[in-house]
Design a protein around this ligand. Sequence first.
Ligand SMILES: NC(=O)c1ccc[n+]([C@@H]2O[C@H](COP(=O)([O-])OP(=O)(O)OC[C@H]3O[C@@H](n4cnc5c(N)ncnc54)[C@H](OP(=O)(O)O)[C@@H]3O)[C@@H](O)[C@H]2O)c1
Length: 268
Amino acid sequence: MDKRIGFIGVGKMAQTIITGLVESFDGINELIFITNRTRSKGEIFSQEKRINLCDDNLALVNNSDVIFLSIKPDQYHGVLEEIKDFVRDDQIIVSMAAGIAIKDLENYFTSDKKILRIMPNVAVAVREGITVISQNKKVLDHELKLVVDLLNSIGKVDVIEEAMIDMVTTVSGCSPAFVAQFAEALADGAVLQGVPRDKAYQFAAQALLGTAKMLLELQLHPGELKDLVTSPGGVTVQGVATLEKLGFRGAVIEAMEACGRKIQELAE
Ligand SMILES: NC(=O)c1ccc[n+]([C@@H]2O[C@H](COP(=O)([O-])OP(=O)(O)OC[C@H]3O[C@@H](n4cnc5c(N)ncnc54)[C@H](OP(=O)(O)O)[C@@H]3O)[C@@H](O)[C@H]2O)c1
């Protein structure tokens, strides 16, 4: 790894990615450059991770081969206006903002730039995230591979068509909130029956983790796993039937559709 990697903005997502990089690649800290609007936050983080803090965004652009735009979507315009005349054609720009298309970014520049769009989910914080990635025509295969390799330090990475990113965001980006709601409901149900609260949260979370591992590692269809747990006339099928009666799956599907509609609305 010999590329210099810049992050404009070191909020939650940049800190997570940088932490994954520093833990995965020996010596990469010397190749990481950051800026942050509130400088004191950048100073604290740069000291903690032993990475480089630049004086401003232009110095960062000047010092980086790969530039992550790790700022909020409403901060993109200001930052792009500031850096657009200083980005070189050989540099790789990585955008992570929901609702901002590669085309929107290309429009800022007077020459063709190498632009990648990524969408990580919250589980990158425990290096079990899923990040989807798309690129424009200027990005070469080895450049895509470089960014994929970097992002593999925080979980799985999947290269997809850009048109799919918003749809995928509902199942990877939004779903941790629904799963957390489900975990809370499982725990409440256990507490109702007398299980101590802390144990209830712990068991619910472990059941979710184990279920996810079985789906992924044993490559089970979700229906197969459900069938494994539901014996004829048994206990679990009572709960399955109750959830069906109360519209559990329909509610989840409608929630996903609602997220999809909102993403479209924001993109427009
Ligand atoms: N968090 C997630 O789970 C998640 C998931 C998927 C995608 N994303 C995307 O990741 C991006 C970052 O999200 P986040 O959650 O990390 O946001 P965040 O915590 O608010 O971080 C944004 C950072 O950018 C800094 N900043 C703002 N304007 C700047 C400027 N002009 N120059 C330099 N730094 C500047 C802010 O500095 P201050 O310290 O002054 O506020 C802040 O530290 C967003 O586009 C978001 O859509 C996030």
